[in-house]
Design a protein around this ligand. Structure first.
Ligand code: FPP
Length: 240
């Protein structure tokens, strides 16, 4: 179907940086460094293809369990990448957002994130979203807590609760206002959701590739888009 040809929102589970490095006889962190180049290539290609939203799973809540040295390298890499890319976000009309559980982020990282988000807030060519310290279960739980608090604080809460629909609850997820991903790509041969966009991915198409994230550049992105263009999305209904 014609309207399905280019997805509005593509999301990437960037996997395989460590294996890429090992195969090259390098330290794991070199895989992450190279992975940032793939982020840049995919961002450029998303703009070229007219994709509205590109989101990236950069760090899961579970990733805090990695060795301290790797975690701090990744956090520092995010700071450096955001500082370095801000001018190109402005030149290219990129609205940049970071979503996730901020509790464990350093003040420096939070400040850089806030600065990038504020400065790019009125850009609209491409929405670039980084999920950082994010997990799908955490998101649904934080939404449920805030929803419950609002209901309890409202004298009309019991009636509002009865009338609550999917759309009313979704406003409490960190992705409020962002369309659900049409296509979720996972690199490195793994075929799992890994606690990513559990709610938002309910009807996403999946594309799995054995290519490791540092090797996932424009040509590989195009293959994912080609695969998506052939899908028939039925949303549980029957189309002829
Ligand atoms: C997964 O590979 C990759 C990560 C956990 C980190 C990805 C983060 C970046 C590429 C930095 C992105 C920066 C910005 C600004 C968006 P892995 O380490 O799990 O690889 P493995 O499965 O081979 O061990």
């Amino acid at each position: 179907m014609e309207e399905n040809k280019v997805p509005l929102h593509v999301s990437m589970i960037m996997d395989g940086n460590g294996r890429w490095a090992r195969l090259k006889g390098k330290e794991r962190i070199e895989g992450h460094r190279e992975g940032v180049e793939s982020v840049r290539a995919c961002t450029e290609y998303a703009i070229e293809k007219g994709i509205g939203y590109l989101s990236l799973f950069a760090f899961s809540e579970e990733n805090w369990g990695r060795p301290d040295s790797e975690v701090s390298f990744l956090m520092e890499l995010m700071v450096k990448a955001m500082v370095a890319e801000l001018p190109s976000f402005m030149e290219n009309g990129i609205r940049f957002r970071v979503l996730g559980n901020r509790e464990r982020l350093t003040q420096e990282l939070k400040d850089v994130i806030d600065d990038c988000m504020e400065r790019t807030a009125s850009n609209s060519r491409l929405n670039l979203i980084v999920f950082l310290s994010y997990s799908g279960k955490w998101d649904i739980l934080q939404a449920a807590k805030r929803f419950a608090a609002d209901m309890l604080a409202d004298s009309a809460g019991p009636e509002r609760l009865n009338d609550t629909g999917i759309g009313d609850f979704e406003k409490y997820l960190v992705t409020a206002g962002i369309p659900d991903p049409d296509l979720i790509v996972r690199t490195s041969g793994e075929k799992r959701m890994s606690n990513y966009l559990l709610w938002q991915g309910a009807y996403s198409e999946f594309y799995f590739t054995d290519v490791l994230w540092p090797d996932f550049r424009k040509g590989e992105f195009q293959k994912a888009l080609d695969s998506y263009a052939l899908r028939e999305r039925r949303y549980g209904k029957v189309f002829k």
